[in-house]
Design a protein around this ligand. Structure first.
Ligand code: IPE
Ligand code: IPE
Ligand code: MG
Length: 242
């Protein structure tokens, strides 16, 4: 590690370009999703080895249900089929896996497997993998607001005491703010990912399709991140201004 290198505590990745990666190679989009999954394990293992503590990966959005039934079913079955592998991976790398997203539209079998993974890996405190599946940033904010209203009506919290810290207790998980948000495939938009948590994230957009985004590409993102001046609305008056 270079001296003074800043490692982002929480990295979010919009896993994008799987479909184009496959179609440009004359393969079905499904092959792209499979390749994306294989890459995700390798890449996250590398990122944790570099000192990143929290990784959030966007694997299926609430909006992705607009896709064909065949593609939606393929992605659902891919995740379901990989849950055992995810558990093994998390034990091997000592990662606490958590899932973010709406639970409706997911089968009971999948929900049981997700809970098992979350519970079995909960002892790993140094690394956290937030798997965002059937996730939408606006849905998360709406769901949190509903829970808050219930608690206000039940007299559990006083509406006047509501602040950002308390609000965060009602999100799918209490996570630190995203430091670095990476999106592959050339699209330069957030597509409803972690809207609350990304309020001060640094954004890194790269043309590479996700299955081709490797350790060296992450190093380039890190170099770029290290050049950013994060001010959070403040001003460093000790720095010379021109
Ligand atoms: C990302 O790849 C995975 C999901 C959104 C489920 P895409 O499937 O969006 O791939 P492109 O963007 O069409 O190439
Ligand atoms: C965002 O990618 C969602 C995920 C990566 C899971 P999309 O491919 O769905 O986003 P848009 O449609 O290009 O904005
Ligand atoms: Mg896409």
């Amino acid at each position: 590690m270079e001296k003074n290198e800043k490692i982002p505590n929480h990295v979010a990745i919009i896993v994008d370009g799987n479909g184009r990666w496959a179609t440009e190679k004359g393969m079905s989009r499904s092959k792209g999703h499979e390749a994306g999954f294989v890459n995700l394990q390798k890449l996250t293992a590398y990122m944790y080895s570099r000192g990143v503590k929290y990784i959030s990966a966007y694997l299926f959005s609430t909006e992705n249900f607009k896709r064909s039934e065949t593609e939606v079913n393929f992605i659902m079955n891919l995740l379901t089929g990989k849950l055992k592998e995810i558990l093994e991976f998390c034990h091997k790398e000592k990662i606490h896996a958590i899932f973010s997203g709406r639970k409706d539209k997911l089968s009971n079998k999948v929900l049981v497997a997700m809970n098992k993974i979350e519970e079995e890996t909960s002892g790993y405190k140094d690394r956290c993998f937030n798997i965002c599946f059937n996730y939408g940033g606006r849905a998360e904010i709406i769901d949190a607001t509903k829970k808050i209203v219930n608690d206000v009506n039940a007299g559990k919290i006083d509406i006047n005491s509501l602040d950002e810290t308390i609000y965060e207790n009602y999100l799918y998980h209490k996570l630190p703010a995203v430091d670095l948000m990476i999106r592959t495939s050339g699209e330069k938009r957030i597509s409803n990912f972690l809207l609350w948590q990304c309020s001060y994230a640094e954004f890194y957009f790269v043309n590479t399709y996700f299955p081709d985004f490797k350790a060296e590409d992450f190093e380039m993102a890190l170099d770029d991140y290290n050049k950013r001046d994060r001010r959070f609305g403040g001003i460093d008056y000790d720095k010379k201004s021109n």
